[in-house]
Design a protein around this ligand. Sequence first.
Ligand SMILES: [Zn+2]
Length: 274
Amino acid sequence: MSETNFRARPYILHEANYHQTREFRPNVAILPWGATEAHNWHLPHGTDTIEASALAEAAAGKAVAAGAHCLVLPTIPFGNNNTQLTQTATITMRTATQHAVLFDVADSLVRQGIRRLVLLNFHGGNEFKAIIRDIMLDIPIFIVQIHGFKLASGQFPKLLQESHLGHADEFETSLLLHLTPHWVAPLDSAGTGATNPGNLPLLTSTPGVWFPRDWETLTADTGDGNPKQATAAKGEKLFQQSVDVLAKLLLEFGNANDGEFPLIIRYWQSCRTV
Ligand SMILES: [Zn+2]
């Protein structure tokens, strides 16, 4: 390959060579985390992974252009999909496995002096709060969880017909029509994403009550939310809004001083050894 074709971005670990990463001196790592699951009949199984990767790359690019030193790690493609295992080729990753993966990523980074990690999640079934608390007890690192699908949710009522966060819905379909239109099947092939309201209204509608939903009983087409009104233009606006918010956040996080609340890292004497 000729030198003129070289376009590897120093802030994307999957692309960058060692010379680039040494020069770049990252102080914040971003770990995008997706899932591999059915998304109605029209979106790819990799939808959450595509969204997490695209958002991380675009926001990091913007933050780096403004002086940040954040580095995007390769995306973890498997999420917690325990309740969807009746669907062909849906892969789940248990919480213990997710803890082990995140622990090893964090442990590796700390050994190189990178003590700030952003976990950018794009799958509703993933929840890392307890895992992050445990890891920060064992390793001197500061980990931030960001649910990427919420960053532009303030715009939903203005832009979308359906403003609740669902699955393979108007929001996600719009994002994919913007990001990877060549992987979105014609919308007339999609189901309506109608969901079973159930017969236990207190259990299903009381604020603060939560339980896992059996996905096959919940929805006939694997979707939650009607995708039919989705457009690439809506997706572009929502994606750009998310990128802007995340880029600013990465700058603030990267420029903060150690010890400046809330960026407190405890160096416990009895760190767990593995
Ligand atoms: Zn999704």
